[in-house]
Design a protein around this ligand. Sequence first.
Ligand SMILES: [Zn+2]
Length: 208
Amino acid sequence: MRLRLFRVLLTLSSLSRPAATFQTTLRAPTTARTFKSMSFLSALFGSSASASNNTMPSSTTYPDQRTADEWRAVLSPEQFRILREKGTERASTGAYDKHSPTPGGIYHCAGCSAPLYQAQHKFASGCGWPAYFDSIPGAVERHEDRTHGMLRTEIVCANCGGHLGHVFKGEGYPTPTDERHCVNSVSLRFAEPEEGKGNEEGAGEGKA
Ligand SMILES: [Zn+2]
């Protein structure tokens, strides 16, 4: 049905009528909008089809479904390697390893900017990566990771699937959860309390 409509539109446009004319011909503003969004989608489709070296498995879908090429355009090579290819930054080199956050600040996903951790979740684990004992509810997703001959729990951003690190439980840290979210600094961007105000509902909720 939509395909047929698309063909009709193509036929109309191949008659080289001005855009304004065929919108009038169709008489339905919703149809015009559909056409616009369809051509936008087909543009996206075209670019992802041409990128055959997509390294992310497409088994899980996330609200933010940018393609590998779209991520490459907005991330640094190091951010791409870690967030999209599940890399790991070298221990004790990350910007947030020894970072003491301003109370009320939020650590966001460096890929899609979703709020992930509150300043108060961070603790000094001494492991060489930023450590959090909890996350903002629903912001972080867990997956079984059997790579490198180990059974670990990978954590990713629930909004874009960006790789954050791993979560470990029962290590004996004196925190409320006895969990350690071991996160790459490269996967994060810290926002001071003022920055997050007013533009992000999740950030506001998470402050409680
Ligand atoms: Zn994200």
